[in-house]
Design a protein. Structure first.
Length: 276
């Protein structure tokens, strides 16, 4: 069981920012904006799935996980609110959030599935976000040139994603979810998540007018496919999830812990919301 602190982020997200907010780099801005556009609807799904999964557990197991799930829900609710503010600025600049609409339609269509499938999908996506989060903490230069408030937002989110990376996985295991279904859902989520984010990135670049510029795709190659890029550099850790003996705690979270320890000026702890 993990103690999860809910934190209020102390940064200004009311002041607008430029379309190429990430150091003037069109691709980095479009890609991270696409990630942000996926977060509010995704995080609501994660909260709903984990809460529903908790309710299926026997009383003893439910009591064991209750506090951790409260913290998980509180952190994800805060992420949802912060990225909704960020996304509001993107919307006012004319960026259409199609990833949110596709995700919402998919979630609605699959609402009647076994709750274990929903928790497995949450665990799979949380694995992706934890990998990306740790990569961000290892590569703060990915935000080079962005305003300090926006760098803080992304690194805070990354640190908390790494912190709660085990919650959905442990709930799935406690629900009696099988290894076979965990892998089946993970492969599906891998394809859908990457496809959706890349489609939204392309739409963002089209709106920005940078889609066909060589500099855009040089930046993309560096960010995604360099030796330690966000995709190529995470392949081994992505594959770890396929092992039957895998657990998220096997991945190092020291960078997350260090960032949260060293950046307390950027947030204040708050009480966790009740599970409803």
């Amino acid at each position: 069981m993990t103690d999860l602190v809910v934190r209020k982020l102390l940064v200004d997200l009311n002041t607008p920012f430029a379309a190429r907010w990430n150091g003037g780099d069109a691709f980095r801005s479009a890609f991270f904006s696409a990630l942000s556009m996926s977060f509010p609807v995704g995080e609501q799904f994660f909260m709903d799935s984990v809460r529903a999964g908790l309710k299926t557990l026997p009383e003893e197991k439910r009591a064991h996980f209750a506090a951790e799930v409260q913290g998980f829900v509180g952190q994800e609710a805060t992420h949802r609110r912060v990225h909704a503010l960020f996304n509001g600025h993107l919307e006012r600049m004319g960026f259409a959030n199609t990833i949110e609409k596709r995700s919402a339609a998919r979630i609605k269509k699959q609402a009647a599935m076994d709750p274990r499938i929903h928790v497995a999908a949450t665990a799979a996506t949380e694995h992706f976000t934890a990998l990306f989060a740790d990569w961000m903490l290892r590569h703060p230069e990915a935000l080079e040139g962005a305003e300090e408030r926006l760098q803080t937002m992304w690194l805070w989110h990354s640190a908390e994603e790494s912190e709660h990376r085990s919650t959905a996985f442990d709930i799935y295991q406690a629900m009696g979810g099988s290894h076979a279904w965990r892998l089946r859902v993970f492969r599906f989520v891998s394809v859908i998540f990457l496809t959706d984010v890349l489609r939204q990135t392309v739409r963002n670049l089209w709106h920005d007018g940078a889609l066909f510029r060589p500099s855009t795709w040089r930046s993309a190659a560096k960010l995604l496919m360099s030796k330690d890029g966000i995709l190529r550099g995470n392949v081994a850790m992505w594959r770890d999830y396929l092992r039957e003996d895998f657990h998220p705690e096997q991945h190092d979270a020291s960078r997350s812990q260090a960032w949260l320890r060293d950046n307390t000026r950027h947030f204040v702890p708050v009480g966790s919301p009740a599970i409803v």
